[in-house]
Ligand binder design. Structure first.
Ligand SMILES: Cc1cc2nc3c(=O)[nH]c(=O)nc-3n(C[C@H](O)[C@H](O)[C@H](O)COP(=O)(O)OP(=O)(O)OC[C@H]3O[C@@H](n4cnc5c(N)ncnc54)[C@H](O)[C@@H]3O)c2cc1C
Length: 375
């Protein structure tokens, strides 16, 4: 049986960034990835903040996977009315296949990488972890479960599991309102959980998608065929790339004895968008700083992001609380909001503009419902 200090399961961004951060402490790391390469199949719109790119820059050269830079967003009401909002900071669209490949390459300089090796079972006995893979048996002192939303590590070690949302995304030719702005489509007709989106890739194409509680295919069909604005601008052909994926909803306890979960396996995604890359990159960094004190890691990560998760869930609840009429009304009056105060990764920044926004509404019932949901 081969021995290692830390076994990392999963070669996605959570696994590779964990390996890169843990290696700073001189541990022997073995990383297992069931596929030949990382980032395949692609299940990501690739939208990340400027802060996330800065963080990734400490490990790899982002120029190798940047597709487009984003300056803000269009918010659409169900009838197709919209406002254009310039962000305080920029965002970027990345090509996940390339990003994951670069990260795996970087991780291979600090860890032993086993590709095409699936972890089949994980057990904790005493102070050791035992792994059975599709090729061999291993033991380690610690294990990092970075094996995505359906994590085998989490299931075998009986971690609590997050709820799972389904997502569908189409990459297609699209007449964007502005290639530097993402588009968000609100309303009960286009998503039963979040909103629909279009993320321009900068080449007259966009990744258009929806996140749903139970039938993403139904909602994406409605968005593409019936949305008054999207349906006029999308060019769906048989050659369009269609990706289905899962998004975890709900951060779970991610530390147990000598085991830790990072990324989708732990539900480390922004609960109001489903974006996971920045929150998992921060977790991997925090893990590296505090390892081997896993309790300290948990406490520091929650200190940094706990209130953002909690407020993020409230925003996600608000999407479902608002009716189509509410969205029409809100888009109509939203021009008066100081959007430049908002940070796409830090939902509590909404609190900076909330009092002025509620005053602006001139609709006491709606103000009360929003306040009840968010405060
Ligand atoms: C449609 C869609 C759009 C999204 N858009 C965005 C976005 O715009 N921005 C953003 O920040 N996030 C986005 N996300 C979320 C983002 O893709 C995830 O949060 C991120 O990929 C999580 O990374 P991870 O490393 O935790 O998991 P994954 O990327 O899923 O990687 C897990 C890895 O583990 C491997 N693995 C699994 N089981 C085993 C096993 N038993 N043995 C060995 N290896 C195993 C898998 O092969 C995989 O390579 C999107 C998600 C979806 C579904």
């Amino acid at each position: 049986m081969s021995q290692t200090d830390i076994a990392v399961v999963g070669g996605g961004p959570a696994g590779t960034l964990s390996a890169l951060n843990l290696a700073k402490n001189g541990y022997k790391i073995s990383l297992f990835e069931e596929h030949q390469s990382a980032g395949f199949p692609v299940q990501c719109a690739g939208l990340v903040s400027e802060d996330c790119i800065k963080l990734l820059k400490s490990y790899v050269n982002p120029d190798r996977f940047l597709l487009n830079s984003i300056h803000g967003a269009y918010f659409f009401s169900p009838s197709g009315d919209f406002i254009k909002v310039k962000g305080k900071t920029r965002a970027a669209v990345v090509e996940r296949k390339l990003m994951d490949t670069e990260l795996l390459k970087a991780a291979s300089s600090v860890a032993e990488i086993f590709v095409k090796e699936k972890v089949l079972s994980v057990n904790l006995h005493g102070d050791s972890v035992y792994l059975k893979t599709s090729r061999s048996n291993y033991s380690s002192k610690y294990i990092v479960g970075a094996d995505g939303v359906y994590s085998k590590v989490a299931r075998d070690l009986k971690f609590e599991r997050p709820k799972i949302l389904s997502a569908i995304q189409l990459e297609s030719r699209f007449e964007c309102m502005d290639e530097k702005y993402v588009e968000l489509y609100f309303g009960r007709e286009y998503s039963d959980f979040f909103f629909g989106y279009a993320v321009p890739t900068g080449d007259e194409f966009a990744r258009i998608g929806v996140v749903s509680k139970n039938n993403a295919f139904y909602w994406i069909s409605k968005l593409l065929r019936e949305h008054p604005s999207v349906s006029q601008r999308v060019e769906c052909t048989k050659s369009c790339e269609l990706n289905c994926g899962a998004i975890p909803f709900g951060l779970v306890d991610f530390v147990k004895k000598n085991a830790v979960l990072i990324g989708d396996s732990a539900g480390m995604v922004k609960p109001y968008t489903g974006g996971g890359i920045y929150y998992l990159a921060l977790a991997a960094e925090c893990l590296g700083e505090h390892f081997p004190d896993l309790e300290e890691f948990r406490s520091r990560y929650l200190q940094k992001l706990g209130k953002e998760y909690r407020f993020g869930y409230k925003i996600a609840r608000l999407y479902r609380e608002l009716s189509d009429e509410d969205y029409e009304y809100l888009i109509g009056v939203a021009e008066g909001i100081r959007f430049e105060e908002l940070h796409m990764d830090m939902p509590t920044t909404v609190l900076k503009v909330l009092p002025a926004f509620l005053k602006l509404l001139r609709n006491p019932k709606l103000s009360l419902r929003i306040a009840k949901c968010l405060l």
